[in-house]
Design a protein around this ligand. Structure first.
Ligand code: SF4
Ligand code: SF4
Length: 336
């Protein structure tokens, strides 16, 4: 059982992004980071951006994407991050946006030109049924056109939903039920075949309703492996608080200073436990030490993991620094 004696080291970084803010104009049901308008309007400052990028470069990754939350809610802070990237020699693949902020005025156009001047070449613009619940599609269309005029490439993510949304009034928002009514009762079940979805964060709650849930015991029976995902650096993120998010496990956090060396059990007891013993180890620990009892059924092991971590953070009164930020757990539970 070699895996059970391994220590978790976040070493070479392969591909990832910077989260400049969790605050967002939307509250998408699939959001891995549970972003929403209710988050504090905190943003990444220049010093944190510099430290994060220098660390990412040192660990072998030469370019990142930039996302949120909605980065354009604080355009000057976004520009600071872009300029910092240029200063430290970090490539920026694209900035992600949901287009909600773009209302075709001069200010919006000026922001696009300022981004281009700061070195940005590509804007990823979100297109999905989840975003359409909060953002009129005309904003997406107008932003695409403005990017073309400003000389910015557009990465529509994902373009395959455009025909669906073009059948609806572009000047208003549309809830998922409208799309189900239009395209059939299995519309929601087919979404993951058309769109990359990671079943963590809010997506774990939402797709539990779509695909069904099973008991905690069934989840534990089906998952007897350590969580090796924690060491995966193919899609990492570093947030505005200077925390590295291991794997795609939102709500878990590692200080940037601790990257590149074995994580200490004293500082990261839960991460080390998950890496050695997986969800079964966390469940047993939370049951025996912090009175955790499952109160519902779960989509998968990550849904159960989130529920345990929510209990530790919000109900058991624990203060594990690796469970961060606290707002994530408060927002996760508020299913839209
Ligand atoms: S998926 Fe993007 S637009 Fe939607 S809530 Fe999350 S950060 Fe905001
Ligand atoms: S169970 Fe927890 S630690 Fe393991 S992959 Fe899922 S969210 Fe990450």
């Amino acid at each position: 059982m070699a895996l059970f004696s391994q220590t978790l080291t976040i070493g070479k970084l392969r591909s990832g992004g910077i989260i400049t803010n969790y605050h967002c104009s939307s509250r998408c049901r699939h959001c891995l980071y549970c972003c929403s308008p209710s988050w504090p309007k905190d943003t990444m400052d220049r010093e944190t951006a510099r430290r994060a990028m220098e660390t990412i470069l040192r660990l072998g990754c030469a370019s990142v994407h930039v996302g949120g939350g909605e980065p354009f809610l604080a355009p000057q802070k976004l520009l600071t991050v872009l300029r910092t990237a240029r200063e430290v020699g970090m490539g920026v693949e694209y900035v992600e946006t949901n287009a909600s902020w773009f209302v075709c005025d001069q200010k919006g156009t000026e922001i696009l030109h300022a981004c281009a001047k700061a070195g940005l070449r590509t804007l990823l613009i979100s297109i999905s049924p989840f975003h359409a619940e909060f953002i009129p599609f005309c904003r997406v269309q107008n932003l695409m056109e403005a990017c073309r005029k400003a000389g910015l490439h557009v990465f529509p993510w994902v373009d395959g939903f455009r025909p669906d949304l073009e059948q609806l009034d572009p000047h208003t928002t549309h809830d998922l039920q409208e799309l189900v009514d239009l395209f059939g009762p299995d519309y929601l079940r087919r979404i993951p075949r058309r769109y990359w979805i990671h079943y963590g964060g809010r997506a774990a709650l939402f797709f539990g309703r779509v695909f069904g849930r099973q008991s905690a015991q069934a989840v534990l029976d089906a998952n007897d492996r350590p969580c090796s995902e924690l060491a995966d650096t193919n899609h990492f993120h570093v947030d505005l608080y200077g925390r590295y998010i291991p794997g795609l496990c939102s709500g878990l956090a590692v200080h940037m200073a601790d990257l590149g060396r074995a994580l200490s059990e004293d500082t990261y007891p839960l991460l080390c436990l998950l890496f050695r013993k997986g969800i079964r180890g966390l469940f047993q620990f939370a049951w025996e030490t912090h009175g955790y009892r499952p109160s519902r059924d779960y989509l998968n092991k990550c849904d159960l993991c989130l529920d345990i971590r929510r209990h530790l953070t919000l109900e058991a009164g624990t203060h594990y620094a690796e469970l961060h930020p606290r707002t994530f757990y408060e927002q996760w539970w508020l299913e839209p």
